[in-house]
Design a protein around this ligand. Structure first.
Ligand SMILES: NC(=O)c1ccc[n+]([C@@H]2O[C@H](COP(=O)([O-])OP(=O)(O)OC[C@H]3O[C@@H](n4cnc5c(N)ncnc54)[C@H](OP(=O)(O)O)[C@@H]3O)[C@@H](O)[C@H]2O)c1
Length: 253
């Protein structure tokens, strides 16, 4: 593995910071931006080898990039990561933050433990708040910016056995819409994307064994590559903010 950490970025290359870049969906998003020639900041928390492999893919395509270690539960860690990324990409022609970090654990509500509830909120909801708050001054100073947060259908529909997860994802709806309203005057867009079922570490043990996927009009879950491509596209739309984009073919309540 070559040392690509904190390599200089081309002056006008657009730049994206992917929180959860070491994850399944985050990795696909990093590769989509890399293939489009972007500079990609890849955040990981514990899984450095996965972030390294993704960085190799980004560089093997058209992109440049570097890795950032951060724990989204810790505001000082998020602040340091954001400052490093901002320094690396000070001349970027476009600036994007994608938040895909997340955990998902199942528990019936009556048996839900305090610690697991708190951790779910800290990573899936408060972590987004930490990242939005840290990146806002950077994007405001640049006079542009685009933020995409990964939510879940569970945030709209609820999910039996996953109340904490559903509650954390429901909170994102209000957070994203409020940020869009506050920062629209700085030309900063903030949107929420629902990626549908994907086979990743997070969905292990929960991925539905559904013959026929009958609740999906198309009888299949979306491909991870299409979700990543949707996010690449949405992040560049100039006139869309405060919206929710569902990537699968289920009815959204
Ligand atoms: N998979 C699905 O079917 C599905 C469906 C709907 C919505 N989603 C949402 O999509 C997003 C991505 O999910 P995924 O399936 O790609 O999950 P994943 O493969 O398990 O990846 C999770 C990511 O979150 C990071 N992370 C966990 N705790 C962290 C912390 N404390 N600080 C910083 N980063 C942390 C992990 O980093 P390390 O591994 O480096 O520790 C990893 O990069 C999540 O928000 C999830 O809720 C997924």
């Amino acid at each position: 593995m070559k040392n690509h950490t904190l390599s200089p970025v081309l002056p006008t290359r657009p730049a994206v910071l992917v929180i959860g870049g070491s994850g399944g969906i985050g990795g696909a998003i990093c590769r989509a931006f890399g293939q489009a020639g972007w500079h990609v900041g890849i955040q990981y928390c514990l899984n450095k080898p996965s972030a390294e492999a993704t960085l190799e893919d980004v560089i093997a395509a058209q992109g440049t990039g570097e890795m950032h270690q951060a724990d989204v539960r810790d505001p000082s860690s998020v602040k340091r990561m954001t400052a490093d990324f901002a320094r690396q990409t000070s001349s970027a022609s476009s600036s994007v933050l994608i938040y895909t970090a997340g955990i998902g654990a199942g528990s019936l509500l009556q048996r839900q433990g305090e610690a697991d509830w708190s951790d779910m909120m800290a990573i899936n909801l408060t972590g987004v708040f930490h990242c939005l708050r840290a990146v806002a001054p950077v994007f405001i100073e640049r006079g542009h910016g685009s933020i995409v947060v990964l939510g879940s259908r569970a945030g709209f529909a609820g999910a039996a056995g996953q109340a904490a997860y559903a509650a954390s994802k429901a909170g994102l709806i209000g957070l994203v819409k409020s940020a869009a309203l506050e920062w629209g005057r700085f030309d900063i867009r903030v949107n929420l994307v629902l990626p549908g079922w994907q086979r990743t570490t997070l969905s292990q043990g929960a991925f539905p064994d559904m013959a026929g996927w009958k609740d999906h009009a198309l009888r299949r879950p979306p491909s991870c590559e299409e979700v990543a491509g949707t996010i690449l596209h949405l992040a560049q739309l100039k006139d869309v903010s405060g919206q929710v984009w569902n990537c699968d073919s289920r009815h959204l309540p």
